[in-house]
Design a protein around this ligand. Sequence first.
Ligand code: NCD
Length: 331
Amino acid sequence: MSGRRHLLSVGDLGADGLREILRLADSFAEVNTRAIPKVPALRGRTVASLFFEDSTRTRLSFETAAKRLSADTVTFSAGSSSLSKGESLRDTAQTVTAMGVDCVVVRHRSAGAAVALSRWLDAAVINAGDGCHEHPTQALLDCYTIQQRLGGIEGRRVAIVGDIAHSRVARSLVAALQLLDASVTLVAPATLLPPAVEAWGVGLSSNLDDVVPRADVVYLLRLQRERQERALLPSEREFHERFGLSAERARRLADHAIVMHPGPLNRGVEIGAEVPEMTCATISEQVANGVSVRMAALFWLLGVPAGIASPPGAEVSPAPEPASAAEVGGD
Ligand code: NCD
């Protein structure tokens, strides 16, 4: 659709788009500290979640974000839908948008699913994870968390550890960190690195013990067995010994350094069982920040007129300056 904004990949956003959404997220983080964390910014808008893959935090986070902006929400569950009767992605999505939906948040096992929907539908599309390809709002919330804990992203040394090959989180995060001038090292066995990783412009290591003391951020990824087509590791135990961040390894981090994880966690595999509760770990902050960042993303797509007429009675027209986004009211 011409002129309509979508949020499909970090590359599409560019450094300016990333910075704009991170700035907006600050305003919404303030809303989320209020006794009633709700503003009427998207009243009259409808946000549909179309999740064709399992999700706990991403789906709840988007739904919470939409409700806190006073949007209406509708939810589609692959398991209980007509998909089992053979309906295609395109027909399913067109059915949902025919009901008058302004934004579709989609998660799908196929890379490119969100881009395809953005061409087919008359609605803004947010990619909430497409196969091993991208997960841009996760990268945004991770950048927001790094900024909040470390005061900035530029020049920070970020080690991303684990199953990079099957991780859409890693692809989006590397792209975002590079746009924001951080320095990235991937730490993984050769079997869990993606093909042509040399072209990514990142450091590579297979020795976590070398990397830990010099990192500002250690970002851990789960073994994504559901996407691995063959056995890529001798055993989880061996993976933990070489690439897991045990409590003992975490104690060798610099004092200011942080440990991040997008969830779901597999304690005792990529992360030591006690590490999520250590003060260096930001896992709950990432989840909390996810709501503010997704409020910012939804507002960036739907609150700013970008070829979209303002809904009757909308308080947010024309678009406010980023700093005033949260001042649109507090009902
Ligand atoms: C990730 C995902 O689904 O891509 N989780 C998330 O969105 N928080 C990572 C994963 O599944 O390991």
